[in-house]
Design a protein around this ligand. Sequence first.
Ligand code: MG
Length: 203
Amino acid sequence: MKIFCIGRNYVAHAKELGNEVPTEPVVFMKPKSALLQSENPFFYPIFTNELHYECELVLRISKNGKNINANQALSFVDAITVGLDFTARDIQDELKKKGLPWEKAKAFDNSAVVGNFIPLTKDLKVQNIEFSLMKNNEKVQHGFSNNMIFNFADIISNISNYFTINIGDLIFTGTPAGVGECSVEDKLEGFLGNEKMFSVNIK
Ligand code: MG
């Protein structure tokens, strides 16, 4: 399985990190070893001093496909949840300055937290999906799918022009504003609407 991630997909988040608003989806990938299932412990990585949370809506692919039209794209998704795109921001800033790839900052072990999936129903597909992240019981991020620059269909269509998508692949669809640091002993909980989808304790 593959894990696709979209960067800079919310205007306010692109600006908070001093990035330009993109004109086509910014895509990067994480390997399978990056996956952390909900309820498992997360250990603060030794190579960073600035670990950031990025809470995101995550889609699960249910059909194989390539060169998918945007108007067909949602039929390739069967489930949705929220997750975390853990980022070593200090490492990423260094790599960006040098124009180097991001993998050491973004694709390390357990950097992709994925909550419990729920079916992406017809109703949900047309809703402005609300999601949020609580850090130590305080709301630190709050997003709505309608604020994405590229919607679910645009993202799937764009990715599929470059990569075959396969059953079980995941797509992190980008984080809203409010990213920030986390430290040992923090508790991070992701919500889809009012429903808790994951809980991660940083060790
Ligand atoms: Mg992200």
